[in-house]
Design a binder for this molecule. Sequence first.
Ligand code: NAD
Length: 257
Amino acid sequence: MSRRVLVTGAGSGLGRAMADRFTAAGDRVLYTDLIPPDAPNSLALNVRDDDAWAAARAWCEERWGGLDILVNNAGVAAAGRIEAVPMEDWHWIIETNLLSTVRGCRTFVPLLKAQRSGHVVNVASLAGLLTPPAMGSYNVSKAGVVALSDTLRSELAPFGVRTTLVCPGFVRTNLATSVRSPDPALAELTTKLVTRARLSAEEVAAKVVDAVDHGRYLVLTERVGRLAWLAKRYAPALVHSRTVAAAERLHRRIEAQ
Ligand SMILES: NC(=O)c1ccc[n+]([C@@H]2O[C@H](COP(=O)([O-])OP(=O)(O)OC[C@H]3O[C@@H](n4cnc5c(N)ncnc54)[C@H](O)[C@@H]3O)[C@@H](O)[C@H]2O)c1
């Protein structure tokens, strides 16, 4: 049956690929972004704007009579040492990545609960699980999305509403264009890791849609990420010593900049 899907940040990268994948599966998809994407159903939705969320809900109710799948995907990137990242950038990333996911859930969960069906898909990051050094603000924003999703997974289950948490490693998208960093060496490294990533947005989108189809909760997109996540849980001291070594390499890179 054709599902009704809303994707945020669907103008680029992973959001576009997920929206296209749902469309290819025969679903009806509302593509949303800061500028309405080029798609049959599209809407301007700045995820930081409460009124824009209310308008998106009105659109879904008026045109579709509800919504089946909400994909909170829109996001931005940041890197930098704790003492270097200004508070303004902390507010910017927490507001965009975390509080806007909260907004999306607050807007649509009442509707999904009333329907007694639906699915919330939140795009966090492997960074939210592994918390690598010199990425504090991004890690915290995504760890918040992990905590929110873990919470909703149980909170919404009694109402027949499912949750999927997506934690990709690096994916080839335009994410680097949004990166804010007071440390040029870290901005450069982040850009390299994203633009040269092995995984394409289409590969990740296929995994996400498959997880939704089968009601799976956690999407880890690659083997290295799955191993790192298991290692952090079962061999935390080992992972910590490796992470300290990575922090030392980063420190040398920043000193040399
Ligand atoms: N690319 C990666 O390596 C990677 C890894 C892990 C997680 N992610 C997450 O995947 C999600 C999608 O990012 P992407 O990699 O496709 O990057 P992208 O830059 O290609 O796409 C992000 C989209 O979000 C939109 N956006 C930004 N701020 C917005 C706002 N306030 N309101 C509405 N839309 C807004 C942008 O316009 C853009 O179209 C993000 O949440 C990102 O943190 C990406």
